[in-house]
Structures are given as C-alpha cells and as structure tokens.
Design a protein around this ligand. Structure first.
Ligand SMILES: Cc1cc2nc3c(=O)[nH]c(=O)nc-3n(C[C@H](O)[C@H](O)[C@H](O)COP(=O)(O)OP(=O)(O)OC[C@H]3O[C@@H](n4cnc5c(N)ncnc54)[C@H](O)[C@@H]3O)c2cc1C
Length: 633
C-alpha cells in the first residue's frame, strides 16, 4: 500500500521493514515519551518505506534461532554469551555494545514471545533452545543450548509477529517504494529526509523528515554464491556512502559454511546442531582435526576456512548434479539424525534439500560449499542507533537525526565474525533502542504540535530541510528521465548491457577476489575490473522500456550501482587491513596483528565523477574487560 498522501514533514521516516525497521517503529511508538504525547492529543507522524511488501523482507528467511542466555535447558549466564560474542568476533567487537547485546538478550526474546512469536517448546513448556556455533558455557567451555528457535523458521515467526504489531499500532507503510537518496541538511550535519521512487506509479517523491532511520539489511548480492535474497543489494550502506558518510569494518563478510551446492541457498547451522557432520571425499569428519572439541560447531569463519582447506588439498567432492564438474564442495552428512526428529525440527532444511537437490538427507550425503551470508560491517552507529562520523581528530560526531539499525548498521557487536543467532538479536534489540532514541527527539518537538506551528525558527529549520529534499528529488527525476530515454551509443554490449548480467559479472568478480580468503593480488584484480569495466558499464546502463510504472529494470539499475559503490569500499577496506582476522583471511598476511589493526576501518568514498578513491581512517576498538588473546576453538 502507498500512503494516501505524503505529509509535508515527518517526525521520522524508517527505511526498511525487516526485524530492525519494524522493531524501531514499535520501539518508537511504545516509548513512554510518545505514549504521553499521544495522551496529550499529538500523534507522531512516521512513515515506514520498504522496497518490498514487508513480509517479504529477508528476516523472514532466518532459520536457526535467536541467541539469549535464558538457561531454559541448561544453566547459562549472559556473561558467557558476552565473552563468546567478543571471542567469536576475534576481538574486533566494541565490548560495551556486546555487553548490552548479551545482557538484554533474554528480555528481547521474552518480549518477542509476549508479542506472539510461537517458539518451539520444551516438554515442560519453556522456550526450547538449541546449540549454535561458538556459543559455550564457562567462558569458552562446552557448547551450550542458547539459540531460542521455532523449528527452523524463527525469522518467519519474528517478521510476521512484528508486522502484525505494527499494523495493530496503525503504522503507515509505503510499500514497494524504493529509496534512492538519503538527504542530509546543506552542511551535512543532520538528516533531512529521503528521496523515494513509488514503483507502482513510477513517480519520484521527496519525503521530508526530521529523523531518518536506515534499516535496509545486508549486501550478500555482492557475491555470486549467496544465501541472501535478491533484494539484499546493500542499498542503505550505499546511500550512506553517497551522502559522504563512512562505513565501518566493511571488509568483513561472513561466509556461512553450508550453502547448498550451486544454489548458495542456506542449510541452517541447526542441521549441524542437530547432529549433521561435515565429511570430505575420504568420508572423514574433518572438523575434529581443525577444531578439536567444537568440531562442526566451531565459529562459522573457522568452519568455512576448514572446508576451503579440504577442497584445496584435493579432498573436495563434485556436486552429484554435475559429476564431472569441479570438486569444490564437501558433504554434509545428516544420515545419523533420526528421520522423524529431522522432519520435526528441520522441516525447511529437509524441504530445501529435497526440492533443490532432489536427494533425501536421511539417506544421501548433501553437497555443500560456503555461501556469502552476512555483512558484519555497515553504517557506524552508537548503542542508541545514532549514525556518526569518525573524525580525523579521533572523535565521533553524531549526524543529527540520522539513525541506522540491523544488518546495514555496525554497532560493532559482531566484530570480524558474527555468531549464529546474534543478528536477529542485534536487529530486534538495537532496532528497538534506535526507535526509543528517535522518540526522545520527537517528543520534545513533534511536527504535529499545534502550539509550535507559528514558531518562526522551527518553520525556517523545516523549510531548509525541505529545500534540500526537493533539490535531491529534482536531480533524481532527471536521472530517471535519462534512464528511461533508452540505451546510449556508448552503452556496453552483452551481459554488461543490462543490470542483471552486470550483477552476475560483479558477483563472480567479488567471489574470486574475496570469498573466504583473499590477497593483495586478488583484490587488485577486482579493483581493476571494477574501474575499467563494471563501474563504467553500471554508469552507462539504461532501461529497455520507457515506462516508469512497474519498471523493475529501473530499480535493478539503481541496485547494481549501489553494489558497485559498496564493492569499491569493501575492496579498499580489505586492501587496507593487512592482517587475517575473523572472516577476513589474507593469504599474504596470515597472522592477526593487534599492534596495528585492533581497530575498526572507517571507509569513505571520495566524491568524484570517475571511479571513486576511498579514504580509510582507523577507530580504536572499545575494550572493557576481555583483553585480546589467541582465538582457539
Ligand atoms: C537465509 C538466512 C538465514 C538466517 N538465519 C538467521 C538465524 O537463524 N539467526 C539470526 O540471528 N540471523 C539469521 N540470519 C540473518 C538475519 O536474518 C538478518 O541479518 C536480519 O534478519 C536482518 O534484518 P534487517 O531488518 O536488518 O534487514 P532485512 O530483514 O533484510 O530487511 C531489509 C528491509 O529493507 C528494505 N529496503 C532495502 N533497501 C531499500 C530501499 N532502497 N528502499 C526501500 N526499502 C529498502 C527491504 O524492503 C526490507 O524491508 C539469516 C539470514 C539469512 C539470509
């Protein structure tokens, strides 16, 4: 649905309707400040914009669980969760943020349950919990059951519940509207709104707002093999880059160990938690050799690297669908799991294997390979969701009224590698916190406050924001006209002449450059390809149909341009970090180097018409009480 009409000014615009965006909307509307404001008869003016119908957001695909030390099955303690998160992130985690994550995880899960999430249950009625990689008891001891789950469909439960709650609160959605620009005030110090393209009407709108929250999800589509849905094109991160802001730790991309061969579709870690075992061509359960004790449930970066090491050593297997093809997979052996139990707790995993590989996991070995899954880095935010710039002078400057949450943001709880179950938690908890911070700003000065309507200072400030938004919308309309005018003479031929072919080219380039491991050479090759071929081809793309309404090629062009900008930043940050840490394995710098790189990379694209050169600054990591040590599983 589209809003009947746009307000002249919004209190807040939220971009994205996954777990983070919806949690922010609820956090805002249910905060004590807004409740009081409504009791006084002033309604907040907020709008949630989503390029998808909200229930199609990728949150709905999350399978395995949400982490919290509920201790429902075995004793657990949030301090252990906190320690595991810091260690899992290879010490590149801001420990103050990770403390909040672990401490408020139980409350977050219980709140979800109260709102309607139908968790799986233990026999005595408690929320059921399963093991997940890297989650342990006693600061790195035995694995612990910490992931609260709903069969293997936790994301579906959470997304539907949050959306229903938003509908109940009367939240207004602009669905299938694509945000093309983040608008900042003239001096760049604060948010002014967004520019959005209504894909149904084919119209570009300036949406003016005093507060903007970006919750646009991840960027798995940078890679050819990915578990991410087609919409995860890193839009919010690219919007921030285009507005001159930085991205934090953008070189860290998690490759999930078990993507179904040649589709990349995720087979949840729950498959291993329930007893699945990885085997090489010799039938050896090799993870015991790489991570004694934790074996198949070591952290994801460790497992993915071990799989690649087996493949490199010639112990990989070919996808049975292509028996003469490359031996670039290993087996996931689920035959030891009781078939009835498997169908009860892993229905989606079983269905995916049956449908897409045409095999029966209770009898056959399943071919898998690592798949791009999660972007640890993103728009830098404080623990209250405020976006900030890291200055040369060594301090954070908050961008007034700009917020981010969920996978597109980096509050820095995942560091160099995220633990399973921690991202739904991040999105729900820090999404809610961001919503509450916006509420504090709104309640002091709501747009709908009748007593302030004639305040000349306020009117002038709003007008300045509106002028910035209108200018940006005008420029975007010109861009749209150019896209619809049809291909230029200098347009590329072949695959690069349309956004889908170009996305595939970019995906294979990035995969060769960065998937699981990289080096100066692989990064430089990709940078060259981006500068010489992909970047210019993206700039030259034009739509093949002149109609603006329902023209999906138009949004695909903007998406691929976003991916190209993001690729630029990711390659620059990967080149700058000359060490191996978490998900970033530099073959030419195999050791972790705390002396030089116990720091967050802060990458900004230089404003330029040609291929942008990036600027890299380094922000110290917040260490509270867990000093860095060797990371062993
Ligand atoms: C297959 C899979 C399984 C997973 N399993 C788990 C798990 O078991 N446990 C766990 O903790 N995590 C899991 N994750 C990760 C987790 O699901 C995500 O990190 C999290 O759901 C992200 O939520 P989000 O709200 O940030 O983004 P999303 O849910 O991706 O939502 C993004 C929203 O932004 C909107 N949007 C994007 N760009 C624009 C634009 N330009 N204009 C307008 N709207 C825009 C989209 O329409 C969408 O509504 C999994 C991920 C995948 C891919």
């Amino acid at each position: 649905m589209s809003p009947k009409q746009l307000e002249e000014m919004y209190d807040a615009v939220i971009v994205g309707a996954g777990a983070a965006g919806l949690s922010a909307a609820l956090g805002l509307l249910r905060s004590p400040e807004i409740t009081r404001m409504k009791e006084d008869g002033v309604e907040p003016r907020i709008l949630v914009i989503s390029k998808l119908q909200p229930l199609r957001s990728h949150t709905g695909s999350a399978e395995g669980g949400i982490a919290a030390s509920l201790g429902n099955i075995e004793s657990d303690d949030w301090h252990w969760h906190y320690y595991d998160t810091v260690k899992g992130g290879d010490w590149l985690v801001d420990q103050d943020a990770a403390q909040l994550l672990a401490q408020y995880a139980p409350e977050t899960v219980i709140n979800l349950e109260r709102q309607g999430v139908a968790f799986s249950r233990t026999d005595d009625g408690h929320i059921a919990q399963r093991r997940f990689g890297g989650h342990t008891r006693d600061f790195g001891g035995e694995p612990v059951r910490r992931a609260a789950y709903a069969a293997d469909r936790i994301g579906h439960q959470i997304l539907h519940t949050l959306w229903q709650q938003c509908v109940a609160e009367g939240v207004e959605f602009a669905e299938e509207w694509y945000v093309t620009d983040l608008v900042l005030s003239r001096d760049g110090s604060g948010a002014a709104g967004v520019v959005a393209f209504d894909t149904h009407a084919g119209a570009v709108h300036a949406v003016h707002a005093r507060n903007v929250l970006l919750a646009t999800g991840g960027a798995g589509r940078l890679f050819h093999t990915t578990s991410n849905s087609w919409d995860l094109t890193g839009d919010g991160m690219a919007l921030a880059l285009a507005a001159g802001l930085q991205l934090e730790d953008i070189e860290f991309v998690q490759f999930h160990p078990t993507g179904l061969a040649h589709t990349g579709i995720l087979l949840s870690e729950a498959a291993r938690a329930e007893g699945g075992v990885l085997r090489n061509a010799d039938g050896e359960a090799f993870m015991e050799r790489y991570a004694p004790g934790h074996a198949d449930l070591a952290a994801r970066d460790v497992v993915s690297r071990s799989i690649m090491a087996e493949i490199d050593a010639g112990r990989g297997v070919a996808d049975p669908k292509d028996p003469d093809g490359p031996r670039d997979c290993v087996w996931l052996d689920m035959t030891g799991i009781d078939p009835d139990h498997m169908r009860a707790v892993l229905p989606q995993v079983v269905e995916t294997i049956e449908k897409y590989a045409n095999i029966d996991p209770s009898r056959d070995l399943v071919p898998i390979k690592p798949t791009a899954h999660y972007t640890m880095g993103g728009i830098p935010v404080t623990v209250d969701g405020e976006a900030y710039r890291w200055e040369d002078s060594g301090r954070r400057t908050v961008v007034d009224g700009l917020f981010a949450a969920g996978e597109c943001s980096c509050v820095s709880v995942h560091g160099a590698n995220r633990l399973g179950g921690n991202s739904l938690l991040d999105a729900c908890l820090f999404g809610t916190r961001a919503g509450r911070s916006m509420a504090g700003r709104i309640a002091g000065n709501p747009v709908g406050d009748p007593t302030a309507a004639d305040d000349p200072d306020r009117t002038a400030a709003d007008e300045a924001l509106a002028v910035a938004g209108d200018d940006a919308a005008r420029a975007r309309r010109e861009d749209l006209d150019a896209l619809l005018a049809g291909p230029d003479d200098d347009a590329s031929d072949g695959a690069a002449a349309n956004p889908y072919g170009l996305m595939a080219l970019l995906g294979s380039t990035m995969e060769r450059a960065l998937a699981v491991r990289c080096s100066e050479t692989t990064i430089a090759e990709a940078e060259e390809r981006l500068d010489d071929v992909i970047g210019p081809a993206a700039a030259a793309l034009r739509a093949h149909d002149k109609t603006a309404a329902f023209n999906q090629e138009v949004t695909a062009i903007w998406e691929v341009r976003h991916l190209v900008a993001l690729a630029d930043a990711m390659l620059a940050a990967s080149a700058g970090r000359r060490e191996s840490r978490g998900s970033l394995q530099r073959l030419d710098h195999p050791e972790r180097d705390d002396e030089r790189f116990l720091a967050h990379s802060m990458t900004r694209l230089a404003p330029a018409d040609g291929p942008a050169a990036a600027e890299l600054l380094w922000q110290p990591v917040h260490i509270v009480d867990i000093p860095p040590r060797a990371r062993e599983y």
